[in-house]
Design a protein around this ligand. Structure first.
Ligand SMILES: [Ca+2]
Ligand SMILES: [Ca+2]
Length: 243
């Protein structure tokens, strides 16, 4: 079992260690809309199986839509109690590339640093797998974007699957990823640096969009991530109310 985890872990490290195609090229200043995460109360009902399990499942969440080379990608985000919930509905990924299709979401809850530090967390979901991976910044290794694999928080869920029948957007079977992230790990903040990277077997789609492109792509410096904000500042207040 440990051997399998080790091999999967190595895969993630290899993914991270590939040189970026855009390295050395000029890039324009980041232009992006912040993701506005909403507070919800329906998330005890979510079934973590990597698909829209029923029509209303992810309805009570924020909606951000992206388009990459004509393919749509839907991001739904919510927070409730101690968890951040993320669904990535990759409408354009209709090719089931077992163990290659995957999605990463990253959060930076503290002061943004050029090099990923220990306040930077990434979570990896793989299509067709319940095995989540956690990456934490603070590694001296440049080729892994200064991330190393960290033991998963016991309450973390990151699962990839195939969505279709009950999907709100597309019934043709396609990739989808569901995450439940313990907020205590990323910190109860109303503003995070936020980064999303999705691989469909061929190309990399990212938020902010400037990090999209041909495979492989690295996790960029946290300085070049986008943002997730809680417009009503309910992440910190909800945490405060519990204490
Ligand atoms: Ca589901
Ligand atoms: Ca695919």
């Amino acid at each position: 079992m440990y051997k399998i985890i080790g091999i999967l872990g190595l895969g993630v490290i290899l993914l991270l260690s590939n040189p970026t195609f855009s390295e050395g090229l000029d890039y324009s200043p980041t232009i992006y809309e912040p993701v506005k995460v909403t507070i919800s109360n329906t998330f005890d009902d979510v079934i973590f199986d990597g698909e829209w399990s029923f029509k209303q499942e992810w309805k009570a969440s924020s909606l951000d839509s992206f388009r990459f080379n004509g393919n749509d990608l839907i991001l739904r985000t919510a927070h409730q109690d101690d968890y951040m919930y993320v669904l990535i509905d990759v409408l354009g990924d209709v090719t089931n590339d077992h163990m290659a299709d995957r999605a990463i979401v990253c959060f930076d809850g503290k002061d943004t640093s050029k090099m990923a530090d220990d306040s930077d967390w990434c979570y990896v979901a793989t299509r067709g797998s319940k095995n989540a991976h956690t990456l934490n910044g603070g590694s001296p290794v440049h080729r892994t974007s200064h991330f190393h694999i960290e033991k998963n928080h016991p309450d973390l869920i990151a699962i990839g699957g195939t969505s279709g029948e009950n999907d709100r957007y597309l019934r043709t079977p396609h990739a989808a990823y569901e995450f439940r992230i313990p907020i205590e790990q990323i910190g109860f903040e109303n503003e995070y640096g936020f980064f999303m990277q999705v691989f469909d077997g061929k190309t990399v789609m990212a938020y902010p969009n400037e990090h999209s492109g041909k495979y492989p792509q690295k996790i960029p410096s946290p300085e070049r991530w986008g943002m997730m904000i809680s417009p009503d500042r309910s992440i910190s207040s909800e945490h405060f109310n519990q204490n």
